[in-house]
Design a protein around this ligand. Sequence first.
Ligand SMILES: [Zn+2]
Length: 176
Amino acid sequence: MSKQGKIKNGNNKAKHTKLLNQKKNKIREAKALNKQRLKTLITKSNLFKQYCSCGSDNLYGDCCAVAHKNVELVTTAEQLMRSRYTAYVLGDVEYLMKSHHSSTCPIKEKNEILKWTKSVKWLKLEVLNINKGGVSDMEGSVEFKAHFEDNGVAELIHENSKFNRENNHWVYLGEL
Ligand SMILES: [Zn+2]
């Protein structure tokens, strides 16, 4: 074998090793991605079988998950209020925007809301009073207390929220 041939061979070998490593890395990445996908699926299916965070005594899959999948299926203002609380618990900021009246929707604060809600520990929702907001109503209000912990400090949001309908479904308008 000539000297040049040896160098060429060596180069080819290096190229081959590089390609092989690239291929290995790709397989490793694909495996990691699959693992992550599976983990998300399992977490989601576990979540569906857990009691809903809104405190309704129903499983999440039969409760706020229905609203989170399709907000148009929400029939009352109370349901929308509960599903919004659960969306805060889950960090589902898209749903928070979708279930907000367009005139008051804090779309610019979306990322801040997500950051904040993920930084606190949601504890409990108490629905205190419901005024209208039924299946055949066009508006209504729900008074609630949402308990959470912020950096180990117990906090509380006590609000009487106003709801009405927009685009054929219930939406949150703001504080009464
Ligand atoms: Zn629920």
